[in-house]
Design a protein around this ligand. Sequence first.
Ligand SMILES: [Zn+2]
Length: 246
Amino acid sequence: MARVFDFTKKRRESALEMAANRCQRCWSERDLMVHHRIPIADGGMAELSNAVVLCRSCHRDSPHDLFLFENLYLRFSSPKEMILHYGAKTEEEAFEKWQAETGYKGAFDYRSHGDLIKEKMAHKVRNGGLPGFGHPFGYDIKDGKLLLNAEESKVVREIFDMYTSGRSLKKIVRYLNYKGIPPKRGKKWYPTTISKILKNPLYCGYISWDGVIKKAQHEEIIDVGIFNEVQKMLSKRSNKPPLILG
Ligand SMILES: [Zn+2]
């Protein structure tokens, strides 16, 4: 359903062309996405006039407030630029000068697009829902629910077994790549993929999002005791305190 409001391929291409294939804020050429100036939720349309090209990080940090977005965020590519423009000493002082110039009454401490998404997700997790993550290895997602994937969950168990029996991340990676076991995305395994799996409480039946950890409804792949043991082993290597689940 949501796709109805998405830009067509042609409009997306036109928007990128008009922006010379650069982020309209910071001029980066990497991770570009075509976004809605006025969000769909606020009545924004999938028209070219409502398109703005932003890189991933500029989009994440962009203010939800449209006036701020148009007149401050897109105008200055960084706080430094705004400070220099107003001959101010701090970002707050520059913002006050900008306020005097534009008559903007809102606060300096704005909520960004990324903040709003985080709040929404944390709320969902607190109420027993799933955060909007991609398909985690070991599971399939059906009707918003996590279902065990037989083949992949076997591999997850193997990864935990190998790690508890003392194999390094590199050795586990080598083994999986050698056996030709495909990861969820891409073609090869990397130590970071393995360490993400080993640290994910999802595999022992919990859901974690932005600091909120909750017992969830889905079937676990490994025992919580093994998960805790692995966290202790990982923390010895990283010198960070382990995450221990009840
Ligand atoms: Zn940017």
